[in-house]
Design a protein around this ligand. Structure first.
Ligand SMILES: [Zn+2]
Length: 174
């Protein structure tokens, strides 16, 4: 697996890699080099005042994300899967790949999810609140989905001008 030397540049909407479903990471791909790259995501996250970042937000189309949560601190979640959801909540969400956009998004209130850590140990955890929402947001990313696609038509039309600004900015840089 080759990794882009600009791995620590956060990809912004409408970068096509964000719209592509990521492939599962296989154990053999988790080399010392990749582990080092993954550890390097935490300072980037802190520097951007972020809560979590997925591999594809950094140009790697593989299923993992890192999260610096309130409950368990720094987590690396490889091949994460939500195994059950409960309740519903609607809270303002933001995304480091869509700066300037914030909108109320519907999510399950509680999620149970499974992931592997850097030692390939399988974990099953249940989260409620901010972590539950973040996990759903990040797994959407790994499925090539950005949160604006989950907005109601009315809210979506409100964020449309901000999306167009990002589109124009990307087009100007090509
Ligand atoms: Zn995001």
């Amino acid at each position: 697996m080759s990794v882009d030397p600009f791995v620590y540049q956060i990809r912004l909407y409408p970068d096509p890699i964000l719209a592509k479903k990521c492939e599962p990471l296989i154990k053999e791909e988790l080399t010392d080099e990749l582990k080092q790259i993954i550890e390097g995501i935490f300072p980037l996250l802190a520097g951007n005042d972020g809560y979590a970042l997925t591999a594809n937000q950094l140009g790697i189309s593989k299923r993992f994300f890192v999260m610096d949560g309130d409950t368990d601190g720094k987590l690396v979640c490889i091949n994460p899967e939500i195994t059950s959801k409960k309740g519903q909540t609607k809270i303002v969400e933001e995304c480091l790949s869509m700066p300037g956009i914030a909108a109320k998004t519907s999510r399950a209130e509680t999620v149970e999810f499974q992931y592997r850590d850097l030692d390939w140990v399988l974990h099953t955890k249940t989260y409620t609140g901010i972590e539950a929402r973040v996990i759903q947001h990040e797994i959407d990313h790994l499925n090539g989905m950005l949160f604006f696609t989950r907005l109601s038509p009315a809210t979506r039309s409100m964020v449309q001008p901000s999306l167009q600004i990002l589109e124009r900015r990307a087009a100007a840089n090509v």
